[in-house]
Design a protein around this ligand. Structure first.
Ligand SMILES: [Zn+2]
Length: 264
């Protein structure tokens, strides 16, 4: 399969000539790092878009992409309602719940309820010190926060028939519960786990423990970029790589450069 990381939790996946997108977000603020070599207009064809939740850094570009590509969007009911308010036709929206499955021939998608990362006090305090007072005058940010409610968080599991049923599991936020992990650990181990490194001071340890539980062959860390400074900041993933090496030595960590298509 061909994988392109768009920054944040966004990915393009191409398998068997079929393209689908996960949490695509390319309209970053001017100071975002790394700079992306292309923008919204450069997203080519896509048949489906899957959303982990409704926050702006996952969903705000979807109306534009859905309009240009005609892709159907699979997301929570709250995210679907927000997208409808932003002009996405109802015929392109599919509200998904835990256990729902969708068969697209060359791949299948399955939806699981998940949870949002719970921002810890230390992270909140550091963000406030860094971001105030500039956010008080950031009207775009207020608009994004107001129009894009979180809704139910979902994780998505894909079985790629064109790749011998290889399994890819994507999380867009890192708050998965013990019950959820126990349930997922009972399934076959994913070949590729995509897990976000954002939203908690100790995210590298949190994420490494998820890797230990789910035991993928490959883990792709994401969302560690500085996508909306000053409310975001880059996360150093070196402690995650070290922790995975200690807890789950057979698991390969693959760090993708932004907007480069890589065969995995
Ligand atoms: Zn979020």
């Amino acid at each position: 399969m061909l994988v392109t990381w768009y920054g944040t939790a966004g990915f393009r996946i191409e398998t068997g000539g079929h393209v689908f997108l996960l949490d695509p977000h390319l309209s970053r603020s001017a100071g975002a790092r790394p700079k992306l070599p292309f923008g919204l207009e450069d997203v080519g064809k896509a048949r489906e878009i899957f959303l982990s939740h409704g926050h702006f850094d996952h969903a705000a570009d979807v109306p534009h992409i859905a309009r240009r590509t005609g892709a159907r969007v699979y997301c929570s009911t709250v995210a679907a309602e927000a997208l409808r308010r932003q002009g996405v036709p109802g015929a392109q929206l599919v509200a998904a719940r835990d256990g729902d499955g969708f068969d697209f021939g060359v791949y299948r998608a399955q939806c699981f309820h998940s949870a949002h990362a719970r921002f810890d006090l230390s992270l909140i305090a550091r963000t406030l010190v860094r971001a105030l007072p500039s956010v008080l005058f950031d009207m775009r940010l207020f608009s994004l926060l107001r129009h894009w409610p979180q809704g139910q968080v979902l994780s998505w599991r894909f079985a790629l028939a064109a790749e011998g049923d290889r399994v890819v599991h994507h999380f867009g936020s890192a708050g998965c519960t013990e019950d959820e992990l126990a349930r997922l650990a009972d399934l076959s181990a994913p070949d590729v786990l995509m897990f976000p490194l954002q939203g908690h001071t100790r995210i590298c340890v949190v994420a490494a423990r998820v890797v230990e539980r789910l035991n993928p062959r490959v883990v792709i860390p994401h969302h560690h970029d500085d996508f909306y400074p000053p409310i975001s900041q880059a996360v150093d993933i070196a402690p995650f790589v070290r922790a995975v090496g200690e807890l789950s030595p057979p698991v390969r960590v693959v760090e993708l450069p932004v907007c480069e298509t890589v065969e995995i």
